[in-house]
Design a protein around this ligand. Structure first.
Ligand SMILES: O=C(O)CCC(=O)C(=O)O
Ligand SMILES: [Fe+2]
Length: 266
C-alpha cells in the first residue's frame, strides 16, 4: 500500500503533458480527466478512471501504458483487493440468505475499475466539492485513502457525516448493485469529499461489479410474495451503458432500476 501511495504521488507530480497522454477522449468515460462542474460548484480534483477487468477490456492507451513501476504496483494491489472484494460479497450473500455460489459466479471475472483521485489543497474549500455527492453504481467499492488525509463524508440518517479513517484502513461502500441484489436491504451510501485548505488528499477507489453477461436484479431466491421485487432486471452491459449516460447526482442513478409502486413491472 505504501508503494502504491508513492507511485500515485509520483504520477500526479508528472508534467501535465505526460498525464495528458491518458486524457479522457470525447465520448469516453475512461482516462485522466480534470474537473467537472455541477450545479455551480467546482469539483476540485484530478481523476483517472479506468476499467481494469476483464483484461481484454483494458484500453490499450491506459493501464498498459502507465509508467511500469506504477503499473506493477497497481496490478499487485488490484489482485489483492479483488480477492478481498469477492470474500466480502460472498459473506454479504450469506447474510442475505441468497445462494452464495450464484453471487460468486456473477462476480467472477466481472467488471472491475479504479478511480484514482488527487485532491489538491484549496484555499477556499467551502466554495468547492472534492466530488459531487453520489452513490457508486458498483456492487461494492473499496476505498483506500492512500496518503492518510481525511475528507470522505457520507449521508447517515439524512445528514452529512465526515469520516475518519483509521490509519491504513480500507473503507467498503455498498454500491447500487448490492442494493438491487439485496432488494433494498442494503442501501447504497451517498458520499462526497471535502477538500482541505492545507493538505493534498489522494484516494484510490476500486469498484467491484458483476460480469458483463450477468443480469443485475434482486436475487431471485429472496424475492416472492412476501418480499416483492423493488427493482427491475437489466443485463450488466446495458446497466453500465445507462449509468454512464446519466449525470452523477446523489442516489438518483438508482431510479432507473426502480419498479413503480403501483406494482407494474416494465
Ligand atoms: O475520494 C474518495 O474517498 C471517494 C471517491 C469516490 O467517491 C469515487 O471515486 O467514487
Ligand atoms: Fe464514489
Amino acid at each position: 500500500m505504501e508503494k502504491l501511495r508513492d507511485e500515485v504521488e509520483a504520477f500526479y507530480k508528472l508534467p501535465v503533458e505526460e498525464k495528458l497522454r491518458y486524457k479522457e477522449q470525447p465520448g469516453d468515460y475512461e482516462g485522466y480527466g480534470g474537473t467537472g462542474r455541477l450545479k455551480g460548484r467546482l469539483e476540485w480534483g484530478d481523476r483517472f478512471y479506468m476499467n481494469t477487468n476483464p483484461i481484454h477490456r483494458r484500453k490499450p492507451h491506459l493501464l498498459p501504458q502507465l509508467p511500469s513501476s506504477f503499473r506493477e504496483s497497481l496490478e499487485v494491489y488490484l489482485e489483492e483487493v479483488q480477492k478481498l472484494a469477492m470474500k466480502l460479497m460472498v459473506l454479504m450473500a450469506k447474510a442475505l440468505k441468497t445462494e452464495a455460489k450464484k453471487v460468486e459466479e456473477m462476480m467472477d471475472d466481472g467488471m472491475q475499475s479504479v478511480r484514482i483521485t488527487y485532491y489538491p489543497p484549496c484555499p477556499r474549500p467551502e466554495l468547492v466539492v472534492g466530488i459531487t455527492p453520489h452513490s457508486d453504481a458498483s456492487g461494492i467499492t473499496i476505498l483506500n485513502q492512500v496518503n492518510g488525509v481525511d475528507g470522505l463524508k457520507i449521508v447517515k440518517d439524512g445528514a452529512w457525516l465526515p469520516l475518519t479513517f483509521l490509519p491504513h484502513a480500507l473503507v467498503v461502500n455498498v454500491g447500487d448493485i448490492l442494493e438491487v441484489l439485496s432488494n433494498g436491504l442494503y442501501k447504497s451510501v451517498e458520499h462526497s469529499v471535502a477538500v482541505n485548505s492545507e493538505k493534498e488528499r489522494i484516494a484510490v477507489g476500486f469498484f467491484f461489479n458483476p460480469r458483463f453477461d450477468a443480469e443485475v436484479g434482486p436475487a431471485t431466491d429472496i424475492v416472492g410474495p412476501e418480499n416483492p421485487a423493488k427493482f427491475k432486471r437489466k443485463g450488466m452491459e446495458q446497466y453500465v451503458k445507462d449509468y454512464f449516460a446519466m449525470k452523477m447526482e446523489g442516489r438518483s442513478n438508482l431510479e432507473h432500476m426502480k419498479i413503480d409502486n403501483d406494482g407494474c413491472r416494465q
